[in-house]
Design a protein around this ligand. Structure first.
Ligand SMILES: [Zn+2]
Length: 335
């Protein structure tokens, strides 16, 4: 992932990181990547690893790289809660891991700065020795994702720019997730957020102090109204909600954001497509009759984000560096 983010920084664009749990979601992302000629970050949370039993995920990802050899593809661990979790991901074949030491290993309790530095630095040592990239987090995001999160409102633990500088210096990580008011899940804001609500000034300040650190925006689904409407039109009961406007993400990309996490939008697209088939063709019972439209709906959302983030057209700019070579590069930097 380090190479992919370095390239994105060079080209001044961002790369979407899309969560997966199953084959159809992986296929949606890879198809969108081929269509838009985009490099790809696929990420799996602890919940996703448990759901797919790790080995299914592993072999599905191998299949993805066989079928789409022209696409630089990252498998990233989303919100690793402990050094052990990150270690097992690295052993399983993830090419990038997130050590989220902003929370304790229970994934709920905000931790101390010292704890965060300690666990993140341990993962950096472990990961870099194998050529694997590390994302860390400073400050706490709002909401809960797959049981992970303090359940805060997104504004109570914003990233302190000075602390961010110290954190990067002491850990040597590659990418930094910052808290600027975003939350996980569908219910992020009760009205359309502005650059003020989102603390974009803080993001810009962090980038000024850390121009060489790749910033990551979590909880960055836009939760578009048309996707909400499809669900509600076909029997769903979503309450009105707003996500992160794409134009704010694009402002972030102009200011050092290289990885943008998107999950909710894809969940909405899948569920809307399935509900539509269930309502319109209640006689259908072949799972393909609703999984195919679901896959197509997610592909459309992913392709649109890839274009909006600017990664489209960049798949063939470079050849992925093998992990062993990356490990050597990290060694040189550390020495
Ligand atoms: Zn997240």
């Amino acid at each position: 992932m380090r190479q992919l983010l370095d390239e994105a920084a060079k080209g001044g664009y961002g790369v979407g990181a899309f969560n997966v749990n199953n084959m159809e979601q992986i296929q949606s992302i890879m198809e969108a990547a081929r269509e838009t000629k985009s490099p790809v970050i696929i990420q799996a949370s602890r919940g996703a690893r448990a759901y797919s039993q790790d080995r299914f995920l592993y072999h599905l990802m191998i299949a993805a790289t066989e079928i789409y050899p022209e696409i630089p593809t990252v498998l990233h661990l989303d919100h690793g809660n402990s050094v052990e979790t990150c270690k097992s991901a690295i052993e399983m074949g993830f090419t990038s891991v997130m050590m989220d030491g902003s929370l304790m290993a229970d994934g709920k309790t905000p931790s101390s700065f010292e704890y965060n530095v300690d666990v993140t630095r341990q993962v950096v040592e472990l990961a870099h020795a194998k050529g694997v990239t590390v994302e860390g987090e400073i400050g706490c995001l709002g909401g809960i994702e797959d049981g992970h999160g303090a359940g805060l409102d997104g504004l109570s633990h914003l990233t302190d720019p000075e602390q961010a500088v110290e954190f990067v210096k002491q850990t040597g990580l590659d990418a930094l997730a910052i808290a600027i008011g975003t939350s996980h899940g569908a219910y992020k804001f009760s009205s359309k957020p502005t650059g003020e609500t989102l603390k974009m000034q803080r993001l810009i300040e962090i980038h000024k102090r850390l121009p060489n650190t790749h910033l990551v925006m979590h909880g960055s689904s836009s939760v578009p109204k048309d996707l909400q409407d499809i669900i509600n039109q076909y029997g769903g009961k979503l309450k009105p909600t707003w996500g992160v406007p794409v134009e704010e993400i694009q402002l972030g990309i102009k200011n050092g954001v290289r990885k943008i996490n998107v999950d909710t939008d894809n969940r909405l697209a899948i569920t809307g497509a399935i509900r539509k088939v269930f309502m319109e063709k209640p006689e259908e019972f072949d799972p393909r009759s609703y999984l195919k439209p679901a896959r197509e709906a997610m592909k459309k959302v992913v392709a649109l984000r890839m274009t909006q983030f600017g990664q489209a057209g960049h798949a063939s700019d470079y050849t992925p560096i093998p992990l062993a070579e990356m490990a050597k590069r990290y060694e040189t930097v550390a020495a």
